[in-house]
Design a protein around this ligand. Structure first.
Ligand code: GLU
Length: 510
């Protein structure tokens, strides 16, 4: 493919939904695969919908995922400015062109007037369309002399500029995901291209910029498919070549019908945003993949498979593999159901792929934060390494090493009540005192020798194994979970082990 230039064009009207990140990702994959350029364009012409912090959030999120831009950020690129609010003059020039050629017109209809007409139509059971059939009866430049238009403009009457949709034209479009799409122009309204504030609407700005920025492929969400006929007509009105289009399937709710929303995430306990987001108006906080402990590579991997598949059984991919294998023709038409359990599975798989050393690097800061103090040196790394080795198979997130292994680092302060009730009987404290005496003499302090001595003792005493092992585990771990108990004993060391049993005896004796 020659000169692939793609863009991600978010509007900073809120946090970036994971569907938005997927759009950015698919654009990025196509660009990288073809040695092309990836462009970030901020579509902020609808000033009423801007949300403070959203633009910074979008940039941070994309940086976290590893999606990089060649243009449009940090002053890079020859096609700027890349923020639409800074391109006002450019749009003026192009709207002028459409006005002069009669392809667009001024409309002075007030919102109240339009509303009234809409209601009138509704009472007749019809839908009002501002189009070839009605435009001549409306308050617009098509039904006035140019002097009248000048007067109205000079008076400062508010207006919009509408696109004059041609009558009864079959618009044959091609979408790389959906193939041929056919729409008759009579189903379209004369869309507003520019508002009274002199700023273009999305449609005009989007077309002009895609053209000027020499975009080769427009890859975006399915929600923009209904705009495609209008965009086709705009390209034709300007006499410009069109880019290729690909509309990506929606990401659907895990259960029920419809698009995955932030409410679903909040309700079911999974993130729909890359990073945590606090709504500046309501103060509400929405979870983020990053803060929930996902690796960026897991997030990218799970997004890639929402609506795309490689045609093989392979499910785990690095970014480089995705760049190599991605293919727009393997993007599905139908919505991709989001499965939060599968999302976790991807994270689990990517954690398994990490080396122990990498995991130690990631875990030590978590550990420090949990303990509330800093531990320097090799000993803590070596110790953490052993903990991670023991817990890795079953861990999904780095935080799991703490959640499942805190007892390796701090003595339990309380004991799971159910386990206590079941395992700590009246005679248990005495039994544990005996265990203390026995353990005191064990040398060397290694899992194998501890196991041997303890097992022999249990056998000669002719008591059940569980009667000793369960309360012992409870004393060391605070619960009945955790890896092999003899390994835990060895890791804790003799002193700590004895201290923990003594403390349990003291606290749990009845
Ligand atoms: N600004 C639009 C959005 O927020 C971009 C749509 C497009 O890519 O054309 O999704």
């Amino acid at each position: 493919m020659k000169d692939v230039r793609v863009r991600f064009a978010p509007s900073p009207t809120g946090p970036l939904h994971m569907g938005g990140v997927r759009t950015a990702l698919f654009n990025y994959l196509l660009a990288k695969q073809n040695g092309g350029k990836m462009i970030l364009r901020i579509e902020d012409t609808d000033q009423t919908r801007l949300v403070p912090g959203a633009e910074a959030y979008i940039k941070e999120s994309l940086a976290w995922t590893g999606i990089k831009f060649d243009e449009g950020i940090d002053g890079k690129g020859d096609f700027g400015p890349y923020k639409q609010s800074e391109r006002k003059d450019i749009y003026q020039k192009y709207i002028r062109e459409l006005l002069d050629s009669g392809k667009a017109y001024y409309a002075f209809d007030t919102p109240e007037n339009l509303e009234e007409i809409r209601k009138e139509y509704e009472t007749k059971g019809e839908r009002f369309m501002y189009n070839f059939a009605t435009r001549n009866q409306m308050d617009n430049s098509l039904s006035m002399t140019s002097n009248e238009v000048e007067e109205r403009l000079a008076k400062g009457d508010p207006y919009v500029i509408r696109f004059k949709i041609p009558e009864n034209q079959e618009i044959a479009m091609y979408d790389l995901v959906r193939g041929e799409v056919l729409v008759n122009s009579n189903t379209l309204d004369d869309k507003v291209l520019m508002k009274s504030d002199g700023l273009p609407t999305y449609h005009l700005a989007n077309i002009v910029d895609d053209h000027l920025m020499q975009i080769s492929h427009v890859i975006r969400g399915e929600e923009w498919l209904p705009s495609l006929p209008l965009h086709y007509l705009l390209y034709e009105a300007f006499g410009w070549n069109k880019p290729q289009f690909a509309h990506l399937p929606l990401i659907m709710k895990p259960v029920g019908k419809g698009k995955l929303s932030k409410r679903d995430g909040a309700k079911m306990g999974f993130p729909v945003f890359p990073l945590q987001w606090q709504d500046p108006k309501t103060g509400e906080i929405y979870a983020g993949y990053k803060e929930d402990g996902y690796f960026p590579e897991s997030f990218v991997n799970l997004l890639a498979l929402l609506g795309w598949n490689p045609g093989t059984e392979q499910e785990i991919f690095t970014m480089d593999e995705l760049i190599e294998l991605f293919d727009l023709s393997r993007v599905n038409k139908s919505g991709a159901k989001f499965d939060p359990e599968k999302a976790k599975w991807f994270q689990h798989q990517h954690l398994q792929k990490k080396s122990i050393e990498e995991l130690v690097d990631l875990f030590v800061p978590v550990l420090q934060a949990q303990l509330g103090y800093t531990i320097e040196g090799k000993a803590i790394r070596d110790y953490s390494k052993k903990v991670i080795e023991l817990l890795k198979d079953r861990a999904t997130f780095v935080k799991d090493f703490w959640e499942q292994g805190a007892f390796f680092f701090t003595a339990p302060t309380d004991y799971a009540p159910k386990a206590v009730k079941k395992q700590w009987k009246t005679q248990t404290s005495d039994l544990m005192q005996e265990v203390i005496e026995l353990l005191k003499d064990i040398e060397p302090w290694e899992a194998a020798s501890i196991k041997e001595k303890l097992s022999d003792w249990i056998n000669t005493k002719e008591i059940g194994f569980g009667k000793v092992m369960q309360p012992l585990r409870l004393s060391l771990v605070g619960d009945l979970k955790g890896p092999d108990l003899f390994v835990i004993l060895e890791m804790l060391g003799k002193n700590e082990t004895l201290k923990r049993i003594e403390s349990a005896v003291e606290k749990l004796s009845k």
